[in-house]
Design a protein around this ligand. Structure first.
Ligand SMILES: Cc1ncc(COP(=O)(O)O)c(C=O)c1O
Length: 438
């Protein structure tokens, strides 16, 4: 059980003091349920870890993990800054009333319209990814006669995922200016010379679902070796050092993420040590976690439908969603844990696979799991679906996207409505005949 999850007197899974069976009856399934207290607790933990140090910092929520008006409003309430990666995420934040000066905008191919939108709304910073974008930002800001705050995204040649990290000379990545081949230095020079660009700092993001702090330590050390040179050669030191997101979470018992305190301690103490070593002032440290803020807070509820038993091979139980509401298993072989929520205290009795209902053999939500014997109509709760679940959801097979509910202290609140068949057709137009004149 995670966060506020408990089993109530009816033997039902309860989240945020709300019975999941009641939620399924009220809103239907599939249904994303967010435990708001878990989101609050995760945000508090990051900030508390930084508060141990006499430094300036910013914890930005990477809204790609789950972007919605209510979520952005919650991020504002929790005093989190906001990372967006598209005009759509920026628009969501603006409609949510989120203060634009606390937003920074990522992405490796921002459109002219997205850059104009960022400048018009005076967002906190554009994280520029490449030279063509840097030129576009310069040209647009000159045309609009507006100052624009910029961070430069670097590829530090350190890549980390879960337990491992690798260091490469020149990293094969579509993101960012290469640190090792001199691109970052040239980008800094360009930005310093551009009158309408205020170069606020540097950014790197080394991977996702990271458990090993050494990746962050090595990336920061590498970056500082270069900062020391830029300080001498260009008289430039960054005011902000954004070390990205990617902090891992426990999807299953096999996952052993580092406590937030350990991660932040490693990051902050490495920055302090490197700044001292090179006799430089301390930058403001930014991080931008997504998964580790919302991942564990999310649970998806499904209704069990058909089953297929292949003797001596495998038994499949099928639910009413799948890769349309959770693409991660098909995309990354991601693993999840689940229980039967309406019989939450029952012990597992059989080994099954949980399949989705979409027309793809790869639409398997959980390949191997021990569950009580499931029956049609049971409610399956899949845990840790709060990050990159709804945000990667799609209408494959023309399945309407599920609803999203927030729960806290015994109350539930619908924050995204379930799509209807009419919604699915809202952009469809009927065929006009003849299509073209003969
Ligand atoms: C630049 C950047 N920052 C932050 C994140 C958030 O990562 P996570 O959700 O793993 O914390 C990502 C994820 O891809 C990213 O690309």
């Amino acid at each position: 059980m995670r966060g506020t999850q408990t089993i109530n007197h009816k033997n039902h899974l309860e989240i945020g003091g709300v019975d999941t069976v009641t939620l399924a009856e009220k809103y239907g399934t599939p249904l994303y349920v967010y435990d708001v207290e878990t989101i609050r607790a995760k945000s508090r933990a990051f900030k508390a870890a930084f508060d141990h140090y006499p430094i300036n910092y910013k914890v930005a929520y990477a809204s790609k993990a789950f972007s919605s008006v209510a979520m952005v409003q919650l991020a504002a309430e929790l005093d989190l800054a906001l990372d967006v990666v598209s005009g759509g995420e920026l628009y969501t934040a603006l409609v949510a009333g989120y203060p634009s000066e606390n937003i920074h905008f990522h992405g490796n191919n921002k459109s002219e319209q997205e850059i104009k939108m960022s400048i018009e709304h005076h967002i906190g910073a554009i994280v520029v990814d490449n030279f063509s974008e840097l030129e576009m930002v310069k040209n647009i800001s000159e045309m609009e006669q507006k100052q624009v705050k910029v961070l430069l995204r670097m590829t530090p040649g350190v890549e980390a995922h879960t337990h491992e990290y690798i260091t490469t000379g020149q990293m094969d990545s579509k993101f960012g200016f290469d640190l090792m081949n001199g691109e970052v230095k040239r980008a800094i020079q360009f930005a310093l010379e551009a009158k309408t660009i205020e170069l606020c700092g540097l950014h790197s993001h080394i991977g996702s679902q990271i458990f090993d702090v050494n990746g962050f330590i090595h990336a920061i050390q590498r970056v500082y070796d270069h900062i020391a040179i830029w300080h001498k050669e260009l008289n430039y030191t960054p005011d902000i050092l954004n070390v990205g997101g990617g902090f891992g979470i426990a999807y299953t018992k096999k996952d052993e993420p580092q406590p937030v305190e350990t991660l932040i301690r490693s990051i902050v103490e490495t920055v302090i040590a490197e700044a001292e070593k090179h006799e430089l002032g301390l930058p403001e440290i930014w991080i931008e976690p997504g998964r580790s803020i919302v991942g564990e807070a999310g649970t998806t509820l499904y209704t069990v439908g058909t089953q297929k038993n292949i003797p001596n091979v495998r038994k499949y139980i099928t639910v009413d969603g799948g890769m349309s509401d959770n693409l991660r298993p098909a995309l990354y072989q991601a693993e999840y844990e689940a229980i039967i929520a309406n019989r939450a205290g029952e012990l597992p009795e059989e080994h099954v696979a949980v399949a989705g209902k979409l027309c793809e053999s790869g639409d398997i939500l959980i390949q191997d799991i021990e569950l009580p014997v499931a029956e049609r109509g049971d409610l399956l709760a899949v845990f840790c679906t709060g990050a990159y679940g709804y945000s990667m959801s799609n209408n494959y097979n023309r399945l309407p996207r599920p609803a999203v509910v927030f729960v806290e202290e015994g109350q539930d609140q619908l924050v995204i409505k379930r799509e209807t068949y009419e919604d699915l057709l809202q952009f469809d137009l009927s065929l006009q005949t003849p299509i073209k004149e003969k």
